[in-house]
Design a protein. Sequence first.
Length: 294
Amino acid sequence: MQKLHPDEVTIDAVLVHTLLADQSPEWKDLPLQPIAPPGTDNVMFRLGDSLALRLPRTEPAAKNIEKECQWLPKLAPHLPLPIPAPVAQGKPSEVYPLPWEICQLLPGKNLSVSHLDDLQQAAKDIGGFITALQKVDTTNAPTCKRGLPLSTRDAETRNAIAQLGGEIDTKQATAFWDHVLSLPQWESKPVWIHGDLHPGNLLVSNDHISAVIDWGSCGVGDPAVDCMFAWTVLDARSRHIFRNIVKPDEATWERGRGWAFTMGIVAYPYYKVSNPTFAKVAKRAMDEAMRNGV
């Protein structure tokens, strides 16, 4: 399995078979198949016909396993689209020093290697999904970095702009980033957010979004980050539909555009060589965000 990060744990099928034999022997004889495209935080394997095995690549990513196992079963009943259902949680061991999990396999193909013809339907699907998510009770819910102000990403965003000096208009990019940093901040009650709504975290089937996966960035905070979907997936026409469903105020909408930009411009140079599939997703996000907003 190709490594994407310098501090990444080595993960392969031999390791997975060892973990299953030691901790989940009831599934050790099921067929095992890598799931493509590769995730940036986790390596995924299909386990038999109905399960998926998820192993974090790094220690920071591993911190999300316990959060997801605790909170996804509580969120799922309130949401109109399927999300991962944890089945078992693996423990760190001598062969693999991080927690890992087994979850139900969800239907559909990853949008980063697929296509949606009906973006207006996608706008309705995810618009309704976000609206439902924001209504879920936040009592004792975890905070998350993606729910914090955009200013927390200032240094890495400006560094990425500088790295892409030969590929983008850095003056325009800097002016746009300065604009979104100057916007009014979220001062209302924090709400639940997914935090990472881009093609790599969406499954599609029969030209519909069939599931929302990878909740490592979830928690409560500023809802602007989930508006990034408008620029990571949608076009100008479907963007209007999405906005009319979610109903963000102007500043929240523009901060969402800023989130699409910073996610894209930071990820693009980092993954351009090691993960071209995700680099394409990232470039699309930053390019769309840089165009005139709705």
